[in-house]
Design a protein around this ligand. Structure first.
Ligand code: ADP
Ligand code: 5GP
Length: 189
């Protein structure tokens, strides 16, 4: 049998800690990487082209949609975000695992397209904590935070569609749980 890598989807509302968790997962597990998405959102100071995202104009992004470049894409609060499909398939065909760190519309689409994907939904201990994390991160305006919390309501309502739900209260515990899920899923191919 061909030794393909595994596709993991890590989703959850903005500010829940997906980025923080994925960064540490990659640092601790050399065999895993996180897919680099394309987006039309404006870069933040900590963003780097080709590292955190491929930054695109709306026209460029729409051309990529028309050219069938995306495994999935979504419009999230007025900006487009999408996972370039070729890079994912290339990694998987080399037997390497890959994580998609994406919002819920895209995550649900990947689950339909790739039933073999393992989906993990990260939830906050409560909504107030989510708000505080977004506020403390300081990367969005109060209006944008409000929009993200609105999107979070719908995203949280979709949690039962995922294979696993992990609460990110204590960061180390959440990471350990996800590492165990990854290990179990790899043993059960
Ligand atoms: P996301 O990628 O889901 O939008 P981030 O990883 O950017 O979220 O996390 C949002 C903020 O919450 C960051 O400032 C991060 O340091 C903080 N954070 C993440 N996980 C925890 C945790 N378990 N406890 C406290 N703060 C956390
Ligand atoms: P941010 O603007 O904070 O970088 O990302 C906003 C949301 O878009 C986050 O929930 C993030 O996980 C999600 N996201 C990032 N890349 C993609 C992608 O390629 N596809 C989808 N559907 N969502 C993405």
């Amino acid at each position: 049998m061909k030794n393909n890598g595994r596709l993991f989807v890590i989703s959850g509302p903005s500010g829940v800690g997906k980025g923080t968790i994925c960064k540490q997962l990659v640092e601790r597990n050399k065999n895993i990487s996180v897919s680099v998405s394309a987006t039309t959102r404006k870069p933040r100071t900590e963003d780097a082209e080709g590292v955190t995202y491929y930054f695109k104009t709306e026209a460029e992004f729409k051309q990529m949609i028309d050219d069938g470049k995306f495994l999935e894409w979504a419009n999230y609060n007025g900006n487009y975000y999408g996972t370039p499909g070729d890079a994912v398939d290339e990694r998987l065909s080399k037997g390497l695992d890959i994580i998609l760190e994406i919002e819920a519309q895209g995550a649900l689409n990947v689950m339909k397209k790739r039933p073999d994907a393992v989906s993990i939904f990260v939830v906050p201990p409560d909504t107030e904590t989510l708000y505080q994390r977004l506020k403390n991160r300081g990367s969005e305006s109060p209006e944008e935070i409000e929009e993200r919390l609105k999107a979070a309501e719908w995203e949280l309502s979709q949690k039962e569609n995922y294979d696993y739900i992990v609460v990110n209260d204590c960061l180390d515990e959440a990471i350990a749980k996800i590492e165990n899920i990854i290990k179990d899923e790899k043993e059960n191919i």
